[in-house]
Design a protein around this ligand. Structure first.
Ligand code: NAD
Length: 315
């Protein structure tokens, strides 16, 4: 159910969308990193024409290699035929030229998590893209409304929050702001189904559904450690054996990367100082400041050797 602010906004804008939502034939993916290459790939697999954009040729080549690698594995495991492989690859146009995005019906942005960069990009995209094109950001933690406000087309702007790895994770959160026209929201929600993901709807609120619940639960585990209520090992064991989680919260934090969690919670603490669920734990900040970012740096809440699936607690 929508909050009254969102419901009232939806009613207000019901009959005013002009020009109408285009039929989604061509999907542009801006940013071909970890997330963007996956979004481009699953869109092409669902027979959408894809325009894949990076600002530099070397990043474009890297994105293309990732897609080739992922499809190559599917081919080897006989999940797709050579004909399908060729069809998917031929369905993607790779470009570093902004002008090639002009005729896209849906533009999905997956560049680095930086509001200033994203805002600048949306302004430029608004100048290049056709007036009826729909804009969507894959941000994990930034405000969709703030981006929509500078996009020149706030009624045509949504969030589509995919999960990593995009090729495997089924969920996509579709996010509306108070300006999003209901027809735009519905079209994006259906598109998510078309690319074989399960869509859930959420208003533009910090962390949407999954991260709003997940990140505070991880920082609560860190706060327990700050208070010395329990050890790393016992906190994690408790949530595994007592709550049936596949891994404990501190173990999961090391897998996600303590820089990612630090960046999300720091942003929320600054923007929502009165929200008690958002608090920066001392043990998280110290590890972040020391560059101990979890599995990827070999140390976080655990010591990690190369290829370790399970580490040794640091305290
Ligand atoms: N990594 C995750 O698990 C995850 C999950 C969901 C959402 N997200 C969100 O997806 C977005 C991308 O994250 P990522 O993990 O794929 O990052 P990434 O660093 O792997 O990729 C970002 C890409 O953006 C490109 N880029 C930077 N500036 C650009 C510009 N001006 N124009 C075009 N491309 C540009 C970079 O070259 C890079 O390839 C972020 O907003 C992030 O919050 C990430």
């Amino acid at each position: 159910m929508m909050s009254s602010r969102f419901a009232a906004a939806a009613r207000r804008s019901l009959s005013t969308l002009s020009p109408p939502v285009p039929k989604f034939d061509t999907v542009a993916c801006v940013g071909l990193g970890l997330m963007g290459h996956g979004i481009a790939q699953v869109s092409a697999q669902a027979n959408f024409k894809v325009v894949a954009f990076e600002q530099e040729q070397r990043f474009l080549d890297a994105g293309r290699s990732r897609i080739e690698g992922s499809l190559g594995k599917m081919l080897k495991r006989e999940k797709i035929s050579q004909e399908q492989y060729d069809g998917i690859m031929n369905g993607i146009t790779y470009t570093t030229d902004f002008a090639d995005l002009a005729s896209s019906d849906l533009v999905v942005e997956a560049v680095i998590e930086n509001m200033d960069l994203k805002k600048q990009l949306w302004g430029e995209l608004n100048n290049v893209c056709k007036p009826d094109a729909i804009f969507a950001s894959n941000t994990s933690s930034l405000s969709i409304t703030e981006m929509a406000d500078v996009s020149g087309r706030p009624d045509r702007f949504v969030g589509v929050h995919f999960f990593n790895p995009v090729q495997l994770m089924k969920l996509t959160e579709v996010i509306r702001t108070v300006h999003t026209h209901p027809e735009v929201f519905d079209a994006c929600h259906s598109w998510v189904g078309d690319i074989k993901k399960v869509a859930v709807s959420c208003n533009d609120t910090p962390g949407f559904i999954v991260n709003r619940l997940l990140v505070p639960s991880l920082t609560q585990a860190c706060l327990m450690l700050d208070r010395k209520d329990a050890t790393i090992k016992d906190i994690d064991l408790s949530m595994q054996l007592g709550a049936g989680h596949p891994m404990g919260p501190l173990h999961l934090a090391d897998y996600i990367g303590l820089d990612t969690i630090h960046s999300i919670i720091a942003g929320w603490v600054e923007k929502y100082p009165d929200e008690p669920a958002f608090e920066m734990p001392k043990c998280l900040k110290e590890r972040f400041d020391n560059g101990d970012l979890g599995r990827k740096t070999g140390k976080g809440f655990y010591h990690w050797g190369a290829g370790d699936v399970r580490g040794e607690p640091t305290e």
